[in-house]
Design a protein around this ligand. Sequence first.
Ligand code: ADE
Ligand code: ZN
Length: 332
Amino acid sequence: MERFVRGLPKTELHIHIEGTLEPEMMFEMGERNGVELPFGSVDEVRAAYEFDDLQSFLDIYYQAAAVLQTEDDFARLMAAYLEKAESDGVRHAEIFFDPQTHTERGIDIGTVIRGLVQGRQEVAEVSSTLILCFLRHLPPRSAVEVFEQARPYLDHIQGVGLDSGELGNPPELFAEAYRLAVEAGLRPVAHAGEEAPAEYVWSALDVLGVERIDHGVRAGDDPALVDRLVREQIPLTMCPLSNQKLQVFPDLADHSLKELMDAGVLVTVNSDDPSYFGGYIGDNYLGIAAALDLTRQDLIQLARNSVTASFLPEDRKAALQREITDYVGSVS
Ligand code: ADE
Ligand code: ZN
């Protein structure tokens, strides 16, 4: 099973580049850049990764991101992620980055984007694009400002997203920033229904006009929403190990993925912040397969969904679907 999953061609659509910062790299960059960390060792960092909820994770996550200072730091981070993704069968990744996490502490947005683009170019075996995310715990005006700072770099950015603390920060607050981004040609997605209720998914769809919902695990609470997701084939980018670590589903056996998939929702499996949640995308496929008794056919469907749900052009999607067919034929 493990070999089958890691070899299965797939895309990754929900991955925060800042969430791929491994403790070893965190220490190395912290030392080099003279940034003090609130941990004494790599082991101490890993021991701190016990989270009560989304916010308790975000508190550590934003602190750790302070070690990223130079263009080269962002390039190393991106290249390291893409190499790991390649070994998990990822052929294409659509990668979130949070510019405000860096601009708020005085790093120029150009340093961030040029570094990430450099890292992408170093690992050409996996195709990739960037999705600029607004931090929803900051004022909507800050989202508009950071989008304006990103304008000179839009050739490198395919999508716009919304992340950070969800409860109390509903999608509709960011309507203006999304309007500008969509007008500029970016494809809209948003985190919704991770910790907050299904209403946040409705407003992400109706007010922001998103094409995909990130997480959306709470959608199952609302049958009318499930009907809409099925009818319009709106993808959910789910991240099982993240949901377990952040106590959304402390027991993975309770996860809504299979139920939604069986209802006809276009569900995908992704890793979110793999260095914090105990595994990259292959581990997420294996973890949810074990918890929900997924069949090999289910896993193939999830990989096919990941291609369908991507922002790739139709000819590349068709080529990847053929690659999945050939792979399944070659191992059975
Ligand atoms: N930023 C990084 N990971 C996140 C998550 N799971 N939810 C919201 N914002 C995030
Ligand atoms: Zn996320």
